[in-house]
Design a protein around this ligand. Structure first.
Ligand code: CAA
Ligand code: NAD
Length: 283
């Protein structure tokens, strides 16, 4: 099987890595050669981590890299059996990708989006076959977290859902849950208002960022606190998801705090830019 992954950032590179480790040929498409090179380097680095921790043999590492093609030419996706879109959380950019995928891959088993919040029907509506468009929502870091949320639009066909479930569970070894097509689906509808309220708490001076994070780690056994988790997700992505949630539900809990807007405007995007609520420039 050959899968196309569109976007090789945090999530796309993780999805591609998991595919390649699971014996799937994978072609990753990025916007330009520089980004493509960064995506390849990120995947190689993460595979190297697998070798160091003893989870991956040198042989499997080499085989995974052989299955991987990283390119900046969209047409290199031609002939793929399925596609997973993981570009920036922007409806217009994603819509354009789905129009192009629909034309390039008329026989693909499914055209999936890893969107965190954009309604799948909006992406399906850009294609001539909305029945094969589906949400396939992975979690960050993809090589570590076992969940895939399958999101069905009102047009997604049962055959498509079966194909995605089979691929996620049997080929990639993930566990699936299914959600109807509402902004934020199951997990982000619950998680994002929590993260936003932690940012509001910090913004108001109510407590320090360290104490807010420690409170949830030590008091509730979360693996990381909400401000560190926001940095891991990426503050631009968090802001985009908050906006999608607010656009759909008009719930004040999903309004982005001013601090989040200012940080994104300043380019403080979290771990991926080297600084967010915390500084990662030396790690
Ligand atoms: N890639 C590959 N492996 C990774 C990794 C990465 N990016 N990050 C960590 N790992 C592996 C490590 O190699 C290590 O494996 P071993 O036990 O075999 O050595 C294991 O994961 C634990 O890592 P660490 O010891 O370095 O660190 P940790 O124990 O603090 O775990 C963490 C790090 C996995 C990120 C953990 O803190 C965690 O699970 N945090 C919560 C993440 C979370 O909530 N994600 C969901 C975000 S929301 C989302 O994804 C949806 C959305 O649409 C926004
Ligand atoms: P990111 O900013 O790390 O990466 C996005 C990548 O998309 C960039 O490398 C960019 O160059 C690329 N891109 C933009 N336009 C493109 C195009 N036209 N063609 C090809 N590539 C293009 O973002 P990310 O965190 O990987 O998020 C990607 C998607 O996954 C978003 O929809 C996001 O909501 C979703 N998601 C993110 C997380 C998370 O925790 N970060 C978790 C689950 C889902």
């Amino acid at each position: 099987m050959r899968v196309g992954v569109i976007g090789g950032g945090l999530m796309g590179s993780g999805i591609a890595e998991v595919c390649a480790r699971s014996g799937v040929d994978v072609t990753v498409v990025e916007v330009d050669d520089g980004r493509a090179e960064r995506a390849r380097a990120a995947i190689e680095k993460s595979l190297g981590r697998g070798v160091r921790s003893g989870k991956l043999s040198q042989q499997d590492h080499a085989a995974a890299l052989e299955r991987l093609v990283v390119t900046s030419t969209f047409e290199d996706l031609e002939g793929a059996d399925a596609a997973i879109e993981a570009v920036v959380e922007d409806e217009t950019t994603k819509g354009d990708i789905f129009r192009r995928l629909d034309e390039l891959l008329p026989d693909a088993r499914f055209l999936a989006s890893n969107t965190s919040s954009v309604p799948i029907m909006k992406l399906g509506a850009q294609t001539k076959q909305p029945g094969r468009v589906v949400g396939m929502h992975f979690f960050n870091p993809v090589p570590v977290l076992p969940l895939v949320e399958i999101v069905t639009s009102i047009m997604t066909e049962p055959e498509t859902v079966g194909q995605v479930r089979g691929f996620a569970q049997d080929t990639l070894g993930k566990t699936c849950i299914e959600s109807q097509d509402r902004a934020g689906f199951i997990v982000n509808a619950l998680l994002i208002p929590y993260l936003l309220s932690a940012i509001r708490m910090y913004e108001s001076g109510f407590a320090s960022k360290e104490d807010i994070d420690q409170g949830m780690v030590l008091g509730c056994a979360h693996p990381m606190g909400p401000l560190r988790l926001s940095d891991l997700i990426g503050l631009d992505t968090l802001l985009a998801v908050a906006r999608s949630l607010y656009a759909e539900f008009r719930d004040p809990a999903s309004v982005a705090p001013a601090l989040l807007n200012r940080m994104v405007e300043a380019g403080l995007l979290g771990r991926k830019s080297g600084r967010g609520f915390y500084d990662y420039s030396t790690s």
